[in-house]
Design a protein around this ligand. Structure first.
Ligand code: IDP
Ligand code: MG
Length: 137
């Protein structure tokens, strides 16, 4: 099973890439990893399920505001496990010891993304990685 993780601009800006990758590395196998600046079209594809919601424009503006690190993690039950270490969407509700609990700034600048289902992962991963960029050996 695979999931897409994203280290969002607030975390990259604060020098948290290493800390956060370290946490992901403990729960799964990294098959792909890259730093990039998302353009608006890619951000809109990633967040298409949120189109029409009040925070959608803010969300797209934010995720394109600075570099992000995108990665693919592999492992048994990895989608659920990664969501657990992400913590609640709103850092105010995220438990200490989770990434958002420890580093999240607000519901928008909440430090990390993780696919929420197999269907989402299968949609999100190809937005950032072609099949031959995923190394599984
Ligand atoms: P998730 O990232 O925990 O899966 P979603 O509900 O899928 O949360 O929302 C996607 C992203 O949109 C969140 O990570 C967060 O950054 C942003 N977001 C969600 N709800 C709000 C809101 O009420 N205001 C501003 N941003 C929001
Ligand atoms: Mg989500």
């Amino acid at each position: 099973m695979k999931t897409l993780i994203i280290i969002k601009p607030d975390a990259v800006q604060r020098g948290l890439i290493g800390e956060i990758i370290g946490r992901f590395e403990k729960i799964g196998k990294i098959l792909g990893l890259k730093l990039l600046l998302m353009d608006k079209e890619r951000a809109q594809r990633l967040y298409s399920v949120h189109e029409g919601k009040p925070f959608y424009d803010e969300l797209v503006d934010y995720i394109t505001s600075g570099p992000v690190v995108v990665g693919v993690l592999d492992g048994e039950n990895i989608i659920k496990i990664a969501r657990e270490i992400l913590g609640a969407t709103n850092p105010e509700n995220a438990v200490a010891g989770t990434i958002r609990g420890d580093f999240g700034l607000d519901v928008g600048k909440n430090t990390v993304h993780g696919s929420d289902s197999v269907k989402s992962a299968e949609y999100e991963i190809p937005i950032f990685f072609s099949e031959n960029e995923l190394v599984d050996r």
